[in-house]
Design a protein around this ligand. Structure first.
Ligand code: GTP
Ligand code: MG
Length: 226
């Protein structure tokens, strides 16, 4: 099965090259950086580091991820943030359950290892992830503990989900619709660290955190009774 790594990026010029360099060689047939209207050198640096760059001008994490999906034919897609908060080295472990036919969607969980420090994830983000995970456990009967940006999914599964949330709700929609339709979700423990450089767009800003909470909880509830 071919693998494509999709990295949504908005003004991540300082970190994008480091992220790309940390992706294990030989794992992915293709690496796509989706430049979401950056005003810095993100696109040029991504190109220089060997990635394919796709442009998406409609602002939003979901729009960026969807543009990456539309640009590849790979059998498995891996999503990864552009700020080096995730550990791209762990990609083989994320892919394994799909490659062995045991899962359709593999979710990184930053809490499974139990050693995430407070400085890496502020209390409000920790609480938001806990609350959304508990709701998903209750409403969808899935054993999830986190909404991590590091995920892998089979292409046919993702296309079948008919994704509609094009901003902060995108990862949530993927999880709850996959659960509703009986696909197999698996979590693996992943590590997490503070962003390498640049500015936060979501959890580190009041506006971003409130919007994320609204869309994540709204999306979790929306599909619960459908
Ligand atoms: N929120 C948001 N993120 C985008 C967008 N387009 C691309 N991204 C990327 O999505 C990823 C997540 O954004 P971050 O700012 O790291 O959000 P976060 O991880 O909650 O916040 P940090 O604590 O700063 O890491 C980054 O790789 C962004 O560059 C967009 O329109 N909105
Ligand atoms: Mg981040």
């Amino acid at each position: 099965m071919t693998v494509c790594v999709i990295i949504p990026a908005l003004n991540e010029a300082e970190s994008i090259g480091v992220v790309l360099a940390a992706i294990p060689a030989g794992l992915a047939a293709e690496v796509i950086v989706v430049d979401n209207g950056s005003t810095d050198d993100t696109a040029a640096r991504a190109l220089a580091a060997g990635a394919r760059v796709v442009r998406e001008d409609r602002r939003g994490y979901g729009f960026a991820c969807a543009a990456g999906v539309a640009a590849t034919q790979a059998d498995i897609m891996v999503f990864l943030d552009a700020d080096l908060s995730d550990f791209p080295e762990e990609m083989a472990a994320l892919l394994a359950p799909i490659q062995s036919g045991q899962a359709d969607l593999v979710l990184g969980s930053r809490f499974l290892a139990g050693n995430l420090s407070r400085s890496v994830m502020p209390p409000q983000q920790r609480f938001g992830n806990w609350l959304a995970s508990r709701l998903m456990q209750r409403l969808y009967r899935i054993p999830v503990t986190d909404l991590s940006p590091f995920r892998a999914v089979r292409r046919d599964v993702l296309l079948a989900l008919d994704m509609r949330e094009m901003t902060y709700g995108w990862p949530t929609e993927m999880m709850v619709k996959a659960a509703r339709r009986g696909y197999r979700l698996t979590e693996i423990a992943v590590r997490y660290r503070a962003r390498y450089a640049g500015r936060s767009k979501v959890s580190g800003t009041v506006r971003g955190a409130l919007l994320a909470a609204y869309y994540i909880l709204g999306t979790t509830l929306r599909y619960a009774w459908q």
